[in-house]
Every structure is written in structure tokens, then in C-alpha cells.
Design a protein around this ligand. Structure first.
Ligand code: SAM
Ligand code: SF4
Ligand code: SF4
Length: 340
């Protein structure tokens, strides 16, 4: 029997704590490192409506993860999560689940002016908004749709005005946008938002990742430190993925997510559910565990929870630790399917 709120541990003693839910595989951007336009064109077989989990199915799963499996924090992602119709209704359902301590969302931001207030009212607490450059021409190329920087800045302002906590995510790829590291640091320090740099990762099979394209955490720190000296600070909590730094003499901070050059698998406590209801125990998994058919059969809540518990207990993933020793190229799920 799966008891209420008990922690579930995997093969290397990592508890299940966070759940990331992708609500759509569609996106209004075509970021070159995530959904390159040449591959995600008009004929791309995006999921049909009946293939994705309904809000009721997501609510049921979330309730089981929170009540029976030890999850405390929920993050909504995609694709672009704001492409999913009526998203505030889902947030409201999740917010009503007893035991949910935190609800956040990752978004490219352009639809926030339309939805920020309703999302906040529904119970959303935090947003991470992605922006990779302050240069319009470069940003338009990166997002693959010519979207201007101002559109994202409007989203950031709308989120702040609505009372949501805001952080900014910037993927750094060598040869793409390393020159934007310092201007972004200055801009968001002044604006009062924490900026988090993300090393370019080998998620999926379509972004032509090469180790040489990774601009490392150490290089990012070095670039900023030359202009604005930094000092390391302690994590906010065990398992925080971003390494934190503070500008010397102030409380302004940045974070770096260094999945490639400084793996954090030993504290990885996240499960991910794709839009079609597959459970992934690692961002770099080849295959997910189907939960949609389980949910759509007549299986009881208790049996679904036991099924998920067994999957987590069998987990041994530590791809970022193993990356450099892996001989064969692995087939991996795309980022737009599981949402980072
Ligand atoms: N569409 C939303 C967005 O862009 O914020 C949510 C989904 S997106 C897949 C989640 C995060 O993953 C974004 O911050 C994005 O920049 C990041 N990301 C996508 N592909 C990546 C890659 N290959 N390496 C590192 N980060 C990546
Ligand atoms: Fe869309 Fe986000 Fe991927 Fe960019 S990173 S293509 S915005 S899902
Ligand atoms: Fe977690 Fe997999 Fe990333 Fe390691 S590589 S931190 S196990 S998601």
C-alpha cells in the first residue's frame, strides 16, 4: 500500500520531489537549439487533441504524485505552455490540491501580456521566462520566427505587474550568443530579475549538439566577473539545479545551470510527464513510461500510484555523469516534448 505523502527513493537514494508537466508539444517559436524550423515544419506530426492528457487526467496524476509519492513542487512547461487553451483552469485545479507548495511555469513569455493576470489569480506563483539575447536581429534568428526582444520584455513586465515572481533563462551556445552574456547580466541586474544561464545541452536528436558548442559555466562566470566581480553563494535548498553567484557588495544574484560541465545528477529529484502522458525519469531518456493508457483504463488511484512508485524505485539515471563515457549515441526524447 502506498501511504499518504511518503517519500519514494530511487536506486541511488534520490527522493521524488518535483514534477514537471508538459501541457503541449506545440510552440509559437522555432528556437534553433530546440525545434529547428527545417525539422519542425508544417508537416511535422504534432500530437492530436485526443493524444494529449486532458486537464482532468493531469489533475488526477498530480494529486497522486503529491498525496502518495512525496512531490511538493509543480512546474508547467511545453512546447510553449501558453499555447494550451484555458491554461488558468488547469492551474486552478492544481492549486486546489492539498500539499502543493509551489506552482511555477517556464514560458517564452510572448503570450504573458494576455494571460499573466488570470494565471496569477488561478494560483500560479512563479514564471521563468526565456530570453537568449537583447539584440533584435540575433534574437529573431534564434527564435526562428523573427519575434522581437520587446515582445518578451512586455511579457516580463506583465508577469511582474500581475504579482508573479520572475526569473529569466538564457541558453548560451558558443558562436550563437556568448557576446550577450554581459549585456544580459547588466540589463537584468538593473531591472531586478535573477538571470539564469543554461549550458547548451544535448537534449533530443535534432539540435546537432557538439561538445565544442558548449560555453561552460566557468567561461560564463569569467566573462561576467571581468566587468562585475562575483562571489559564490549557498544553494537555497538541497537539489537546487542552478549554482548561485552574487555581485560582490550587493544582494543581486545570477544562477548557472551547468548540466554539461558540472553534472548535478546526484541530487536530481524530478519526474517529467510529456504532453501525451509519458513519464520520464531523466531529461535524456530514450523512452518514457506510458501513463495515459493506465489512466484511461479502469485502474484505481492506488494502483496508478503503485505503478509510478515502482518506476521511480527502479530509476538509476545519471546521464550527465555518464555522458562522456557513453560509447553509443542514444536516441533521446526531444526537449519540446518534455519541456526541460
Ligand atoms: N517554451 C518554453 C520556453 O522556451 O521557456 C518552455 C519549454 S522550453 C523547452 C524550456 C527551457 O529549455 C527554455 O528555457 C529553453 O531555452 C531551454 N532549452 C531548450 N532546448 C535547450 C537545449 N538544447 N539546451 C539547453 N536548454 C534548452
Ligand atoms: Fe519553443 Fe521553448 Fe523550444 Fe524555444 S525553447 S522552441 S520557445 S519550446
Ligand atoms: Fe537528472 Fe538526468 Fe539531468 Fe542527471 S541528466 S540531472 S538524472 S535529468
Amino acid at each position: 500500500m502506498v501511504s499518504k505523502s511518503q517519500s519514494v527513493y530511487d536506486q541511488i537514494n534520490r527522493p521524488l520531489r518535483d514534477l514537471r508537466i508538459s501541457v503541449t508539444d506545440k510552440c509559437n517559436f522555432r528556437c534553433t537549439y530546440c525545434m529547428p524550423a527545417e525539422l519542425f515544419g508544417p508537416d511535422y506530426p504534432f500530437l492530436e487533441r485526443h493524444e494529449i492528457l486532458s486537464f482532468e487526467e493531469i489533475e488526477r496524476l498530480t494529486r497522486l504524485f503529491v498525496n502518495s509519492l512525496g512531490v511538493k513542487k509543480i512546474r508547467i512547461t511545453g512546447g510553449e505552455p501558453l499555447m494550451r487553451k484555458d491554461l488558468p483552469q488547469l492551474i486552478e485545479k492544481i492549486n486546489a490540491i492539498d500539499g502543493v507548495k509551489d506552482i511555477a511555469m517556464t514560458t517564452n513569455g510572448v503570450l504573458l501580456p494576455k494571460h499573466a493576470k488570470a494565471l496569477k489569480k488561478a494560483g500560479l506563483m512563479r514564471v521563468s521566462i526565456s530570453l537568449d539575447s537583447l539584440d533584435d536581429e540575433l534574437f529573431g534568428q534564434i527564435n526562428g520566427r523573427g519575434v522581437s526582444v520587446q515582445e518578451v520584455l512586455n511579457g516580463i513586465d506583465a508577469a511582474k505587474e500581475a504579482g508573479l515572481q520572475v526569473k529569466i533563462n538564457m541558453v548560451v551556445k558558443r558562436g550563437m550568443n556568448e557576446k550577450e552574456i554581459v549585456p544580459m547580466a547588466k540589463f537584468f541586474r538593473e531591472k531586478g530579475h535573477i538571470l539564469r544561464y543554461i549550458e547548451f545541452m544535448d537534449v533530443g536528436n535534432t539540435n546537432e549538439w557538439r561538445l565544442d558548442d558548449v560555453y561552460s559555466k566557468n567561461q560564463i562566470i569569467e566573462d561576467i566577473h571581468k566587468d562585475m566581480p562575483l562571489e559564490p553563494i549557498d544553494p537555497n535548498y538541497v537539489g537546487e539545479v542552478a549554482t548561485r553567484y552574487r555581485y560582490v557588495g550587493s544582494n543581486d544574484e545570477i544562477g548557472i545551470i551547468s548540466s554539461v560541465t558540472d553534472a548535478f545528477c546526484k541530487s536530481c529529484n524530478r519526474a517529467r510527464i510529456s504532453a501525451e502522458g509519458k513519464l520520464y525519469t531523466c531529461l535524456f531518456s530514450s523512452e518514457g513510461h506510458d501513463l495515459r493508457d493506465v489512466l484511461r483504463s479502469s485502474v484505481s488511484d492506488e494502483e496508478v500510484a503503485k505503478h509510478i512508485q515502482a518506476i521511480w524505485q527502479g530509476r538509476k539515471d545519471q546521464y550527465s555523469v555518464d555522458r562522456s563515457h557513453l560509447k553509443n549515441k542514444r536516441n533521446k526524447v526531444e526537449m519540446s516534448r518534455i519541456g526541460g
